[in-house]
Design a protein around this ligand. Structure first.
Ligand code: ZN
Length: 356
């Protein structure tokens, strides 16, 4: 009896394990656009059978340079777009450069969408490297967004002097800090829902230009996404207008557009790129700023080491919390079905909690 019981328990858990495994495999499979070559999907036997049974939807291949564009292209493209993101989950885009197989992938696509505004430092040579006969259309998605000029830092140094007039106009900062400016722009537009709306409009227009036959579908899907982004924008506006503390201390300088559009003040430990590391005296100044301005949390992000944020939090005796710059998903977030929208909602919850 006992042996039988034990045997069947073992058998049961083996079945359960197998089921779990199959579920996991299925889940990964449905997410595979972000990690596998676009040709794989067409080559799978399931796709052939489905095509035989139903009126065929021949999706156009759209390659994107980083996650937010992948998300938007997938939402608006629906079943008419096979979206493929060049940067794999878990990789920080500032660290990433394309390999020759990425140029091949983009050369085979109908449409290549990149952000521009200096995000993809590699994009000029990438575009030149594309197969001239491929006919791939390339589009810069940040077009039409009012860009913020890149300033070396607008942080602790000025704050420590307590200039009350400080945050009047972004343009003034650019002049004051001309010596540090590289004539570049802050690329992180997508972290503000207001810019995401413009990105979505640009993606929609590019899809229609490339695949006019499905204009009606793209228009309809765009309206749905636009509704969600407008709701997000409204939540940000309402909730952030009510918080008492407007200062966010963040890992890298990725929240300039969020700060501009919703009345916050960004102080960053690192520069526009996470590898621009601070000097010891900068860290001390930020620690001083944190103490003097009743900042309760230091924000860190998942794709970058949290070591500096934690060191600073310990130094200033405050807590840390995630603020996601949406530059890419972690593999866990991808598996859990997180999207630009869910992560932006979580960002807002964390902001509200930190700034109360
Ligand atoms: Zn960044």
């Amino acid at each position: 009896m006992r042996m039988n019981a034990r045997f069947s328990t073992t058998k049961l858990s083996a079945v359960a394990l197998l089921l779990t495994f199959m579920l996991l495999v299925t889940a990964c499979g449905s997410n595979s656009n972000a990690g596998s070559e676009p040709t794989d999907a067409a080559a799978s036997p399931g796709a052939t059978e489905a095509a035989a049974e139903q009126p065929a939807v021949e999706p156009i291949t759209v390659v994107t340079s980083f996650y937010p564009l992948y998300y938007i292209a997938s939402e608006i493209g629906g079943e008419h777009v096979a979206a493929f993101n060049l940067i794999p989950a878990g990789v920080e885009p500032h660290d990433w450069t394309p390999k020759s197989r990425d140029i091949d992938t983009a050369s085979k696509a109908k449409l290549f969408l990149y952000h521009g505004a200096g995000l993809e430092g590699w994009v000029d040579s990438f575009l030149q490297g594309l197969d001239k006969n491929s006919g791939v259309v390339t589009k810069e998605m940040s077009e039409g967004i009012s860009l913020i000029a890149a300033t070396e830092e607008e942080h602790a140094e000025e704050e420590a002097h307590e200039h009350d007039h400080e945050h009047e106009e972004d343009g003034e900062h650019a002049h004051e800090e001309e010596g540090h400016s590289h004539g570049d722009n802050d690329p992180h537009t997508w972290v503000s829902p207001k810019s995401a709306l413009k990105l979505a409009e640009n993606v929609k227009n590019s899809l229609i230009e490339t695949d006019a036959a499905n204009q009606a579908v793209y228009e309809q899907n765009y309206e749905t996404l636009k509704g969600k982004l407008e709701a997000l924008d409204q939540q940000y506006t309402e909730k952030l207008s009510q918080v008492t503390n407007k200062n966010i201390v963040v890992s890298h300088q990725a929240f300039g557009y969020l700060a501009r559009d919703y009345g916050l003040k960004q102080v960053s430990i690192m520069g526009l790129s996470p590898d621009a590391e601070p000097r010891a005296q900068d860290l001390l100044k930020i620690a001083k700023f944190v103490k003097e301005n009743q900042v309760n949390y230091i924000f860190f992000e998942e794709l970058v080491s949290d070591q500096l944020a934690r060191t600073l939090a310990a130094e200033a005796n405050v807590d840390t919390m995630v603020l996601n710059p949406l530059e890419g998903l972690t593999p866990e977030q991808e598996k859990a079905g997180d999207t630009y929208l869910t992560l932006m909602e979580r960002n807002l919850q964390n902001l509200v909690q930190a700034l109360q």
